[in-house]
Write a protein that binds this ligand. Structure first.
Ligand code: NAP
Length: 319
């Protein structure tokens, strides 16, 4: 028998959608994902240490703990969970047919896509090791930058876009100095964001340079830089490394199914509604939002997607 609603993804958007769908008696099935080296069930918050900006936790909460709590809350209302990834969605007929990574086929009247986006990393071994162990390497300054380990320290941001500028500006509130490492001699960021950063006396831009290694055992101690024009290498001591080199939405499995924008994000054509280009398929969280990208906004859109799905299913006579 077809599921009423299948929720794909297990970050704040997915679990919030599951809580709402379960409480609406839709008996949701959550595909929480199998996990891989760059993605684990629970999403990007699983890579975050302290979360201090999620409302309701005055003392903060760790990313994994927050996700575990959201999961428990969904399961408490009888959301069912499978450890599969969605491999494809056949939307040519209803109910939709979802094929999973474990070679199952699941039929669903409605689908909520909440597979998130992954931060781009340099992909280096030491970078990944220190990011996993809370060693001062992060792809989210707004999440991690205010931690005590970064206070009054020299920090490094990699990237030349608006995110890099925003993160640099943010980090200057805590750091003694922030180096921006950019691979070209010109920033990609909007002029106004550039200006704010370039005029900040705490910021130094290192042009035409890339990070070729991250040094440090338990904590980062320096980055090894290479000047791309001269090939000269040097070590720049620092207490933190923040990558701001873009995100990639997890939508590979949706190509040809729902409309994606040119960067691969799911298009929700009605603005403040969570429906996609395909009736009955909804999206929530970072998979459809390249702009706010916060846990709380993802949770909010997860709630909206579940409410939209509930109303749509009722209109189809599925209760
Ligand atoms: P982005 O605009 O794609 O910029 C990514 C930056 O990272 C670029 O400077 C790029 O260098 C660099 N980069 C990419 N891969 C790299 C690598 N492997 N090694 C070194 N550098 C690398 O991404 P974003 O800054 O995250 O912004 C995404 C979108 O959100 C944009 O549309 C942006 O305007 C928007 N945004 C807006 C605000 C705001 O208005 N407040 C804040 C944040 C983001 P190149 O320049 O050489 O390609």
């Amino acid at each position: 028998m077809a599921e009423k609603v299948v929720i794909i993804g297990s970050g704040p958007a997915g679990w919030t959608a599951a809580i709402y769908a379960a409480r609406a008696n839709l008996d949701p099935l959550v595909l929480e994902g199998e996990g891989s080296q760059t993605m684990i069930p629970g999403g990007q918050l699983m890579y975050t240490t302290e979360v201090e900006n999620y409302p309701g936790f005055p003392e903060g909460v760790t990313g994994p703990e927050l996700m575990e709590n959201l999961r428990k809350q969904a399961v408490r209302f009888d959301a069912r969970v499978k450890g599969d990834d969605a491999a494809t969605i056949d939307a040519s007929a209803r109910p939709f047919r979802i094929s999973t990574s474990r070679k199952e086929t699941i039929e669903a009247h409605a689908v909520i896509v909440a597979t998130g986006a992954r931060a781009n990393w340099l992909g280096q071994e030491n970078e990944q090791r220190l990011a996993r162990t809370g060693g001062g390497v992060s792809a989210c300054a707004v999440c991690d930058g205010a931690l005590p380990i970064f206070r009054n320290k020299e920090l490094v941001v990699v990237g030349g876009g608006d995110s890099a500028m925003e993160e640099t500006d943010y980090l200057t509130k805590f750091a003694s100095k922030v180096y921006v490492i950019h691979r070209r001699d010109e920033l990609r960021a909007s002029k106004i964001m550039q200006q704010r950063v370039l005029e900040n006396p705490k910021v130094e831009v290192v042009w035409n340079s890339v990070v070729v290694d991250v040094l440090g055992d338990e904590r980062i101690t320096a980055v090894r830089l290479k000047d791309v024009k001269t090939d000269a290498e040097r070590d720049l001591p620092c207490a933190g490394l923040f990558l701001a080199i873009g995100h990639t939405p997890n939508t590979e499995f949706l190509k040809g199914t729902v409309e994606l924008d040119k960067k691969g994000y799911v298009v929700c054509p009605d603005g403040f509604r969570m429906r996609t280009s395909v009736e009955g398929i909804f999206a929530a969280g970072d998979v459809m939002d390249s702009y706010y990208r916060q846990a709380i906004t993802a949770a909010g859109t997860g709630c909206m997607a579940a409410l939209d799905a509930e109303r749509w299913l009722a209109a189809q006579g599925v209760h």
